[in-house]
Design a protein around this ligand. Structure first.
Ligand code: DX5
Ligand code: ZN
Length: 213
């Protein structure tokens, strides 16, 4: 059984102090901090760039987990690696040559994740499973926090867990205390949750509860 890692998303945090918010997550027991980078092109929203990731890196000791929701990630990935990202995850839908981007990220000594949107078939990640450290299955259409969980993520998680018992499987979008056990049972072992964590006044207990029973 893989250890369940909780990676709260700062998309729902106070953007005026994302470094302090990330430190608060660390102090509340988060395993990772999930940094949702959006460029306004791949998704119809913008958030922050590598400069903010560098500030978060300075503020925390836990894993900095960068989720790139950007077009042509190959043009920008080095900025996030130089900023101190431990994991860099990009979308297969945004990249023309995923195999070489995966190799580049790994050659730079950083963990590599690939992500697919709800409408992208799980088979699209099969060619890369031997090369990546993580697959991120989106359980909402990327771009916004606070959306409703899409159960279509569950069979994708189960298929990948069956094929790759040791792979880090991350799920992201609409995860709360009501549905987290279903994604863990399907095979997820890295849990991203934004609004559920940040709308609570007890982040530590939410983070602990997101590890399931
Ligand atoms: C959406 C982001 C998710 C999202 C999760 O594009 O990738 O990380 O912020 O937030 P909640 O948990 O509020 O759906
Ligand atoms: Zn995300």
């Amino acid at each position: 059984m893989n250890k369940i890692l909780v990676s709260p998303s700062i998309l729902s945090a106070d953007f005026s102090k994302l470094d302090l918010e990330s430190l608060s997550l660390q102090q509340c027991g988060a395993d990772w901090v999930h940094c949702d980078v959006m460029d306004g092109k791949f998704v119809n929203n913008t958030t922050f760039n590598h400069e903010t990731v560098a500030k978060i890196r300075k503020a925390v000791d836990i894993v900095v987990d960068v989720h790139l929701m950007i077009e042509t990630p190959e043009l920008f990935v080095d900025d996030y690696i130089d900023a101190g990202a431990d994991f860099v995850t990009f979308h297969l839908e945004a990249c023309k040559d995923s195999a070489s981007l995966i190799k580049h990220i790994k050659d730079r000594g950083v963990k590599c994740g690939i992500s697919i949107k709800p409408n992208t078939p799980v088979e699209s990640v099969f060619p890369y499973l031997d090369d990546v450290d993580m697959v991120l299955i989106m359980s909402v259409e990327p771009g916004w926090g606070g959306q409703k969980f899409l159960p279509s993520a569950l069979p994708k998680l189960a298929t990948l867990r069956e094929k790759c018992p040791q792979l880090i499987l991350q799920v992201d979008g609409g995860i709360n205390l009501e549905n987290v056990q279903s994604v863990i049972d399907a095979g997820a072992n890295s849990i991203v949750s934004g609004s559920t964590v940040f709308k609570s006044d007890d982040r530590a207990s939410i983070i602990s509860a997101l590890r399931g029973k």
